[in-house]
Design a protein around this ligand. Sequence first.
Ligand code: CO8
Length: 263
Amino acid sequence: TPFRSYEFIETSQPRPGVGQVTLNRPKALNALCSPLIAELNQALADFDASPDVRAILLTGSQKAFAAGADIKEMAPLTFSEAYTTSFIESWSSLTTNVKKPIIAAVSGHALGGGCELALMCDVLYCTETANFGQPEIKLGTIPGAGGSQRLTRAIGKARAMELILTGKNFTGREAFEWGVAARTFATWDELLEGSLKTAETIASYSKVAVMAAKEVVNKSQDLPLRDGVEYERRVFHSLFGSNDQKVGMKAFAEKKKAEWTDN
Ligand code: CO8
């Protein structure tokens, strides 16, 4: 994979099949200014298009995944500027355009837009002490990148309403107990290693099946159950048209390791 040079992020390929984006704006605790989001979208689009990448890891630093949208950039915005430029809309590109799974590895602050960014990813891992929250109410505003919707779906209305109305933070341990995070880790190093291991596991499967699995699970967040089950069945049927379904099932019968063709 050829890498571009960026100002606010770093990209790498730490393991075969795994593309990593590291948010890197340490002076502002990775506050998500518009140019950073543009770089992030570019890097994710490159990984999504790269035949060498099969799973993506998104992380920040030990101290901060991201401390939110850039408050200094937002402070002078007017309604008409925000409305006519569709401010914040491009943040969701990650959920609408990227077809490969993204694992968020969260350590330190994940506040406001940082919490929302983590919630947009497909698998969320964090340290026990990670600091999540939607503090927008303290700034005279509300979550604007899906926080009120994704957090509420993830942890239920009672808890989400309390958190969003009080601006109170919650820990990585709570994120795990409430089902936001799939796993927690004691240290930053363990978090990164655990996230890379999972990315490698995902990267070892058929690209076609992995992308289909991500697509159908995400559909469950948008569709009523009956429609979701029908959608899943359509996609399931369609995979009988893939070569890798034959490869995988034949390998099982022959007690061999599947050699995926990505077809
Ligand atoms: N935006 C801009 N700069 C930031 C941000 C931010 N969100 N967070 C931290 N910084 C900057 C600080 O201003 C400081 O810069 P400087 O050194 O120039 O003064 C530097 O990062 C280091 O920060 P601190 O000195 O404050 O570090 P501490 O360790 O003392 O505190 C905190 C860390 C608790 C994380 C603290 O920085 C903080 O409270 N940050 C703001 C958190 C916050 O409120 N986030 C939500 C922002 S609103 C939002 O995200 C909306 C999202 C949806 C978008 C929808 C918009 C319509």
